[in-house]
Design a protein around this ligand. Structure first.
Ligand SMILES: C[S@@+](CC[C@H](N)C(=O)[O-])C[C@H]1O[C@@H](n2cnc3c(N)ncnc32)[C@H](O)[C@@H]1O
Length: 342
């Protein structure tokens, strides 16, 4: 007998419910992210952290908070590479619903929710695409929720989405013809806003597969991954279930959260008179963001092969790792949402 759930509920159970995929599995066994691709990514994040630390005036404690930290590899990589002078002031926190990885260095805190009062850098690499969300399909009578049977992945149509979801669809993912599908990104907007309200000062960066209002995929992006391969997205707990992120909608939610935070802080500081400002947003690609951080994929001069063969090989390896992270048509196309409160 089929059991019909909304996609949001089905994803929640499959990924984070009892014995859910992410509570049971090591993500790196199933797919590769920029973090696992090479240490170059952690070095680039460190460069961003150093810039934020400088902008904050090198405070006695500076935070690095890795949201959706998975196996903690990025947090550990940044900590290991941090120069003396920063390292002793650095407070590194990994945040994940999964339990603390066994091999994580003792200095790294591990939390199941984003802490408050962050001063420093928040990084969320491939977190938002795993935040569960509902799917809607356009019919002659307007959008209807898509229901799924978690055991088989079979689908059927349910009720109309709630008013808040209809408003989100109208603003961020309007559908035009019957049969088109949209992934209702409201839970991702809320997840991201919940990070921004916890950013007291510094910068928050979300890196993910992204799409934007001008080019939403008409039939959605729900995908499954298992053992390194794409599989049908059956939410039975046997595979990762992911959907690309409407990063422009998250940016707008972050700005709203930033303005509200600034108003509250200003009101407190001004005896209720209100404040100004909020967060400054940059939406760009990983390629652009990493090029700006000096990750260029430039190959070493071939003469080096004669004078220093070992150094040449090392530089060549590094150049190919950098090239993978900025490749057009690959990781370089990922979206970077940067929101700063500096
Ligand atoms: C695709 S993995 C990314 C891991 C790592 N950031 C990387 O880039 O390799 C997504 C992670 O987000 C975590 N996650 C999902 N929702 C979360 C939430 N609400 N709070 C904390 N972690 C969450 C999952 O448990 C999973 O470990």
């Amino acid at each position: 007998m089929n059991v019909w759930l909304t996609w949001r509920v089905a994803m929640e159970q499959a990924l984070y419910g009892e014995n859910g995929f992410y509570l049971r599995e090591r993500p790196s066994g199933h797919f590769r992210t920029s973090v696992g691709a090479s240490p170059v990514f952690a070095e680039a994040v460190l460069r961003r952290l150093v810039a934020v630390d400088d902008a904050l005036g090198n405070p006695p404690v500076v935070d690095l908070v890795d949201v959706g930290a998975g196996e903690g590899e990025l947090a550990a990589g940044v900590l290991a590479a941090a120069p003396p002078g920063l390292r002793e002031r650095l407070r590194v926190t990994g945040v994940d619903l999964a339990s603390r990885p066994l091999s994580l260095p003792a200095e790294i805190r591990w939390e199941h929710a984003v802490p408050g009062g962050i001063r420093g850098l928040v990084i969320a690499n491939e977190w938002l695409d795993n935040v569960p969300l509902d799917v809607a399909e356009q019919t002659a009578d307007g959008p209807r929720l898509v229901l799924v049977d978690p055991a088989s992945g079979a689908e059927r149509l349910g009720d109309s989405p709630c008013d808040a979801d209809l408003a989100w669809l109208a603003r961020w993912w309007p559908m035009h013809s019957p049969g088109e599908r949209a992934e209702i990104g409201r839970p991702r907007d809320e997840a991201w806003a919940s990070v921004i309200v916890r950013l007291a000062a510094g910068e928050a960066v979300a890196v993910d597969y992204a799409h934007f209002l001008a080019g939403r995929p008409p039939y959605g992006t729900l995908t499954g991954y298992r053992d390194g391969s794409l599989v049908p997205p059956v939410p039975d707990g046997s595979c990762d279930i992911t959907a690309h992120v409407a990063l422009d909608a998250c940016a707008a939610a972050g700005e709203r959260a930033g303005r509200a935070g600034a108003r509250d802080a200003g009101a407190e500081a001004n005896g209720g008179a209100g404040g100004v400002g909020g967060v400054v947003t940059t939406l760009t690609t990983q390629r652009r963001a990493l090029l700006d951080l000096g990750v260029t994929g430039t190959r070493p001069p071939v003469e080096l092969a004669h004078t220093d063969p070992r150094g040449y090989l090392q530089a060549l390896t590094r150049a190919s790792q950098e090239a993978e992270l900025i490749a057009t048509g690959g990781l370089g196309d990922f979206g970077w949402l940067v929101q700063s409160r500096l």
